[in-house]
Design a protein around this ligand. Sequence first.
Ligand code: NAD
Length: 395
Amino acid sequence: MKNIRTAIIGAGYRGRYLITLLQKINLFDIIAVSDISPNLSEIISQLFAGEKIPKIYNSGTDDYRRMLNENTIDLVIIASPWHLHKEQTIEALKSGCHVAIEVKGALDIDEYPDIIHESRQNKKQVFPLENTLFRNDILAINNMIHAGIFGRLVFLQGGYRHDLTHILIDQTGNFGVQNGSESEWRSKYYKTENGDLYPTHGLAPLCMFLGINHTDYIKSITSFSTKPGLGLHACMAKRNGMKYTDIQQHTFRMGDVVTSILQTDSGAQINLLHDTTLPRPRSLNYEVQGTNGIWNAEKNAIYIDGLSPFEEWEPEDKYIEQYKHRFWQQWESEALRYDGHHQGMDYIMLRVLGEALQGRENYPATLEDMATWAAVSPYSKISIQKGTSIPFPHF
Ligand SMILES: NC(=O)c1ccc[n+]([C@@H]2O[C@H](COP(=O)([O-])OP(=O)(O)OC[C@H]3O[C@@H](n4cnc5c(N)ncnc54)[C@H](O)[C@@H]3O)[C@@H](O)[C@H]2O)c1
């Protein structure tokens, strides 16, 4: 079967990493790359040293359209800043390509419904690049859930608990440095929004576990926020030596910790955290609790009633090995060899994407799933603003 003719929009931190993995999978040919960076040619020459160099499009913000017009492309991978995803995805769908999009929260309630409409209209697929779905432990826990080991699922938690102050604030205490980097495009939301900006890593695996959009549905969201800006003010004061009170003239809307409680039709509850401006080690905070046992990813531990010693956590390893997913049985060694940075999950994700496009695998998440995860962003903002529970949309 012919290789997948692939084009990339956005060759920043994430786009470049995806390129290095795609080069290792013999299902993709990267034929073109678009990015506004004046250094794109140099970046691509380095990444493709000794290989066929893809065509480069970097003459301004709309040059990706020229790339779509001038080439026959099967798949467009979008790894640009958040505010560009919708327009670029829709343009790629209209030009007859499948799309794989990097993850983020929806910027408004219409964003993904509009993309779903365009995907159906053009009969082209959109694949969410939600890499956590492809983690070895997540896929094994999913197998255990389907084998009934945890019983009926009751309570799940997850979150994006990642101190981003190293991105949002520079070393001398300036917030949102204006250099076109993630610092600039990500930081502006902290001044204007209060909600869960980045829900998909924490939520997507939990939705897979619960069969959301298949056998269960999220019916409501209730979100809460702590006082805005405390962590950002403290970090700025620490870095620029100013008094904390002087720093407070910077106004932020984003609470340091946003908690969303999602309730499902079946009666399960998901607690989701967005926690990005306080000092802490990184965590996705996963826990899954059912009528017969519990998994806690932070502890790397499992407790199964009747199997584990009474009220004692067991190391998860033997279970993860026993219930290893077939993706990992097939591709583990190459995944770990090429994708040390993300413990193999990005490699497995791209491998499954390639296999799915060639008709040999089912990709385990749809655009409608992405719309569901991403809807937490706008609906958490509405819930916080109104101080009430909000019905959750179905897609
Ligand atoms: N799944 C993960 O683990 C993971 C990790 C990091 C980032 N991400 C996601 O990847 C996406 C990109 O994040 P990043 O950290 O690489 O950001 P980044 O700022 O490093 O890269 C974005 C790139 O897009 C380019 N760009 C800007 N405007 C453009 C345009 N009009 N046309 C083409 N290119 C344009 C920029 O020049 C930059 O090189 C985001 O959605 C982010 O949430 C996902």
